[in-house]
Write a protein that binds this ligand. Structure first.
Ligand SMILES: Nc1ncnc2c1ncn2[C@@H]1O[C@H](COP(=O)(O)OP(=O)(O)O)[C@@H](O)[C@H]1O
Ligand SMILES: [Mg+2]
Length: 346
């Protein structure tokens, strides 16, 4: 088990600064998810931790050891890739055994380790098959087993489930969470999928353009976003952001699921007039798109109103988020509340 520390890590490819200045501590035994849009530098970060890529400048520590000049195979890290990277001509057993043979682990010890990990990931019956004779989920298990058999101090996983169909992906997520509990090893998991990040990590690092936008628990990512970027990355549909409504370039935000349509007259709510454009039934909820003088507002509610009608959008003041001119979160203080009451529709 190990912690990972990145200090002032910079990565440049040619003229492109991919990661300007990354500082990140990943605690021993945590399940940390790096999430962000495609191209934001997640894989680059993981590859630098694994040693497949060197930082342009800065330090990377595993526990107290600076590993920048330590070869990948000597870092005690195992990486699982999206495409599994299995050897197609080798059997499942040979794929898993390969790294151990390279490390000159004695045969009896190898057999014991293989048996142990194959039991954990449920591959006992498939040891003599080739990867081409396995399903996507089984191949993913082989990749996992191959990583586990090395008893790494840290697991790095780069979008390991993205080649699986939705149902299998959901099942494998649960298995990975259980595997983490069972092994107690540090996991760093990369995904571009906010739902996957929210459901798996105890600790989420949201990146954009190589910069950490927020690091927190899933709950705080949703309830307590520190900037507009985070507020809109987490949640489907994303948080509504209304600009140009308050002075000093403040913006207000509210989640589609926290709206009341046509609230009672006496209710102490912030209000905006709108017109329902489209209505999309999702089963238990309805997605509304509503035009307002401040732009389009999305609502996701159980509440049903007719389409193509005028509505009043109501939001509890407690469910409003305020962002400053730099899109950073700020308090809904007494002055802002007064201004909001003044612009609230009647
Ligand atoms: N070997 C490379 N040479 C040049 N540019 C690269 C290389 N690897 C990655 N990049 C660029 O770095 C950026 C981040 O890539 P990556 O870390 O793979 O993003 P992510 O995994 O978040 O999708 C992208 O713009 C990508 O094109
Ligand atoms: Mg990637």
């Amino acid at each position: 088990m190990s912690s990972i520390t990145l200090t002032n890590v910079k990565k440049v490819y040619g003229e492109d600064v991919i990661i300007p200045d990354l500082n990140l501590v990943i605690e021993d035994g945590s399940f940390t998810v790096l999430v962000g849009p495609s191209g934001c530098g997640k894989s680059t970060t993981l590859r630098m931790i694994a040693g497949l890529e060197g930082p342009t400048s800065g330090n990377i520590y595993i526990d107290d050891q600076d590993v920048v000049n330590v070869a990948p195979g000597k870092r005690g890290i195992a990486m699982v890739f999206q495409n599994y990277a299995l050897y197609p001509t080798m059997t499942v057993k040979q794929n898993i055994e390969f790294g151990l043979v390279n490390k000159k682990v004695p045969k009896a010890e190898r057999e014991k380790l293989i048996k142990e990990v194959c039991e954990i990931v449920g591959l006992e019956k498939y040891l003599s098959r080739k990867p081409g004779q396995l399903s996507g989920g089984q191949r993913q298990r082989v990749a996992l087993a191959r990583a586990m058999v090395k008893k790494p101090k840290v697991f790095l996983m780069d979008e390991p489930l993205s080649n699986l169909d939705a149902k299998l992906r959901a099942a494998m997520r649960v298995e990975l969470i259980q595997l983490h509990k069972r092994l107690g090893t540090t996991f760093i998991y990369v995904t571009h999928d906010q739902v996957e990040a929210m459901s798996m990590g105890d600790n989420i690092v949201l990146m954009d353009k190589g910069i950490i936008m927020q690091r927190s628990s899933p709950r705080d990512m949703y309830n307590d976003p520190q900037n507009v970027y985070t507020a809109q990355f987490i949640g489907t549909p994303p948080m509504n952001i209304v600009r140009d409504l308050l002075l000093d370039n403040y913006s207000i935000g509210f989640r589609p699921e926290k709206i009341t349509l046509n609230p009672d007259a006496g209710e102490d709510m912030f209000r905006i007039k709108g017109h329902v454009m489209t209505k999309e039934h999702l089963g238990s909820e309805i997605n509304y798109s509503i035009t307002t003088e401040y732009g389009l507002v999305m609502a996701k509610l159980e509440q049903e109103v007719a389409d193509d009608c005028d509505v009043m959008i109501g939001v509890d003041y407690a469910n409003l988020y305020i962002f400053d001119q730099n899109d950073n979160r700020t308090e809904l203080d007494a002055n802002i509340k007064k201004a909001l009451i003044a612009v609230s529709a009647q």
